[in-house]
Design a binder for this molecule. Structure first.
Ligand code: URA
Length: 200
């Protein structure tokens, strides 16, 4: 069994927070173990919970469209979320739920060892850029431990607020070039250090 499949099974059996009680399915993530890019959203919504797959609702359609615009299919990338089970009524994830799921997200990144992590929305941004403001740092790559970290608005934001659609499209359109020129992206030593946030 592959390391990712093993991890996905652990997620399916996880009882580490209250969200386990309300789920129909856990939504560990999907995509190839050798993906170059990992996209990290917030958490499963209704459709994701029903199907056990990430980004299959309206935001997922837009994500697929955005991927297509840079010549990628969803099968080419790994897609997951900060929390792996749906929060009731799609409310924001609670700190203890994010903390309970952190071990899974960290292992996903470790196993896949991508060249780039794209955070979609503020909850996944917060994991790598604590305290930062998405309006200030979206579209700005930073290299952390050799991996390009690239914060973007969540596709759902573009669905709700048409003015952000072009911003999301523009940020997505830069990804191929960032990968091609990754050597020129500055390494940030301690992103967890709030001092670093003045950089943004
Ligand atoms: N679907 C997901 O899987 N994650 C999100 O963050 C939004 C929709």
């Amino acid at each position: 069994m592959s390391l990712l499949t093993e991890l996905h099974e652990e997620v399916a059996n996880c009882q580490d927070c209250v969200l386990a009680q309300g789920r129909k399915n856990s939504v560990p993530g999907e995509g190839p173990e050798n993906a170059e890019i990992v996209f990290i959203g917030e958490g499963p919504g209704f459709h994701e919970d029903q199907q056990g797959r990430p980004f299959v609702g309206a935001a997922g359609n837009l994500l697929e469209e955005l991927l297509e615009s840079i010549g990628l299919r969803r099968e080419d990338v790994y897609i997951c979320n900060v929390i792996k089970c749906r929060a009731p009524g799609n409310r924001d994830p609670l700190p203890e739920e994010i903390e309970a799921c952190k071990k899974f997200l960290d292992r996903q990144v470790e196993i896949i060892s991508p060249r780039m992590i794209v955070t979609l929305g503020r909850f996944s941004m917060e994991r790598y850029f604590p305290g930062a403001k998405i309006s200030q740092i979206h579209g700005q790559p930073r290299k952390i431990g050799g991996i390009i970290h690239y914060p973007m608005y969540h596709p759902a934001a573009a669905l709700h607020q048409p003015k952000w659609r072009q911003v999301v499209k523009d940020d997505m359109s830069r990804i191929p070039q960032l990968l091609a020129q990754s050597d020129s992206i500055a390494e940030v030593d301690l992103p967890q250090d709030t001092e670093q946030l003045s950089l943004f």
